[in-house]
Design a protein around this ligand. Structure first.
Ligand SMILES: Nc1nc2c(ncn2[C@@H]2O[C@H](COP(=O)(O)OP(=O)(O)OP(=O)(O)O)[C@@H](O)[C@H]2O)c(=O)[nH]1
Ligand SMILES: [Mg+2]
Length: 429
């Protein structure tokens, strides 16, 4: 069964670091701080492009990386923003992160920021205050969002009707479903795919009537290969072969060879063959045509139908249903394989503010581990090699009430705190 999926590594740009610098003025030995801010890192943005119809390219190039922001510089110069990466995806692409859908790309031209670039750090020009005339610290830029995402291409329909022009595809759709496509006695009546829902034994199946294909379609003959891409997005194929065709076996084979030239995967899809328009034909002739197709059909089941006389339709629909249910099972298995994400009831803003402290015994002694979105964010932006920077983080912990809790749990000035990957003493030593 065909399920188009790809795993990609998404890496938005890191924000640039802020600069530490002081103005140099004539007659002034040390001017005020003038270190500029780092630029924002580039985002990773998905854009729906009508020219694409598979995720195959992502299998070869799974890393999607945007550019980092530039660092700040002296004389209040801010770093330039990193260039965002725009990635073209086919319509119907669903993006999942940890099993959860984060984007559903349903319209041509639609854009979605999949991963945000990190904010740039503030330069020291920001940290000037009445008590701190010469701030010798700047923030580091934040990392851009980095994660693994699963892409899935949604199918256009459960069943795709394929065959030569005039084979009776639209007529079939109009009889088995609620759709009312245009039907006429000439080739290429259908110019865009029609969709309809067919119901058999309580199962609804979405059927796509695809414009007629001819020999050379894969190279652009007839209506060309534009419609082969719709075939790519159907799970099960129903080949309709006109019973009045001189060579039914060749008709079926021509279509398969065009499908295969366009995408070799297409001939591996589950398929059913139906010889159409048998209402006006003698039974021997119908049987002869069935036998002729069977010589080349391999294991593919062959039916004879008349859409006009409503003959053989339920049988074909039941055979299709079997294949459709099978293909849906495979999709479900893929979905079930992904871990469930816990739902949280706190609002995201509240959640970001919240923090917790845990005292743990490690090989290196006692550690007070502080967790929480906001504190971790500040810690990531802190340059731990700079004591002023670390002091600012200590101020923030105090303001958030973390200091109080640390003391309650027995932390002393020399106790080591751990936030994210960084460790530092509770109070300046
Ligand atoms: N006798 C008979 N004629 C049929 C049957 N099904 C379709 N036809 C006729 O065949 C012709 C073509 O039918 P369509 O359904 O438009 O064929 P199509 O495959 O959609 O053709 P394109 O859209 O051009 O690819 C029409 O004149 C239909 O009336 C059938 O079961 N019996
Ligand atoms: Mg048609």
């Amino acid at each position: 069964m065909f399920v188009d999926t790809a795993k990609v590594f998404i890496n938005a740009g890191k924000g640039g670091d802020g600069a530490v610098s002081f103005r140099h003025e004539i007659y002034v030995e040390k001017g005020g701080p003038d270190g500029g801010d780092g630029g924002k890192g580039g985002d990773v943005v998905f854009v729906v492009d009508s020219g694409l119809n598979t995720l195959i390219d992502f299998r070869y190039k799974p890393e999607l990386k945007a550019k980092p922001g530039g660092n700040g510089a002296k004389r209040d110069r801010h770093g330039p923003a990193g260039e965002s990466l725009y990635v073209k995806v086919p319509i119907g692409t669903v993006v999942k992160k940890g099993g959860e859908i984060i984007a559903d790309m349903t319209e041509v031209g639609q854009e979605f920021v999949i991963a945000k670039g990190g904010d740039g750090g503030f330069g020291n020009a920001h940290f000037k205050s009445s008590v701190r005339q010469t701030p010798r610290m700047a923030e580091k830029g934040e990392d851009g969002e980095i994660f693994e995402a699963n892409l899935e291409l949604k199918l256009l329909a459960d069943i795709g009707l394929v065959g030569f022009p005039n084979a009776g595809k639209s007529t079939f759709l109009s009889v088995v479903s609620n759709a009312r496509p245009e039907i006429a006695d000439y080739a290429f009546t259908t110019l865009t795919p029609n969709l309809g829902v067919a119901v058999v034994d309580d199962t609804s199946m979405l059927v796509a009537d695809i414009p007629g294909l001819i020999e050379g379609a894969s190279e652009g003959k007839g209506l060309g290969d534009a419609f082969l891409r719709h075939v790519e997005r159907t799970a099960v194929l129903l080949h309709l072969v006109d019973a009045y065709s001189d060579d039914v076996a060749a008709s079926y084979q021509t279509i398969r060879s065009e499908l295969s030239k366009y995408n070799p995967e297409l001939v591996k899809r589950p398929e059913i063959i139906a010889i159409t328009k048998v209402d006006g034909l003698d039974e021997d002739i119908v049987q002869m045509q069935i036998d002729a197709v069977k010589t080349v059909a391999g294991k593919t089941p062959v039916f004879a139908i008349s859409a006009v006389a409503h003959k053989g339709l339920t049988e074909v629909l039941r055979a299709l249903r079997k294949e459709v249910i099978e293909s849906r099972k495979i999709i479900e298995e893929i979905d079930d394989g992904e871990e469930e994400i816990e739902t949280v009831s706190l609002s995201t803003a509240k959640l970001a503010e919240s923090w917790s402290v845990e005292k743990v015994e490690t090989d290196d002694g006692i550690r007070f581990i502080v967790t929480g979105d906001k504190v971790e964010k500040f810690a990531r932006r802190t340059d731990f090699s700079n004591f002023e920077g670390v002091n600012r983080l200590r101020d923030i912990l105090k303001k958030l009430g973390v200091g109080h809790e640390l003391r309650r749990q027995g932390a002393e000035g020399s106790s080591i705190l751990r936030i994210g990957k960084s460790e530092f003493p509770f109070l300046e030593q």
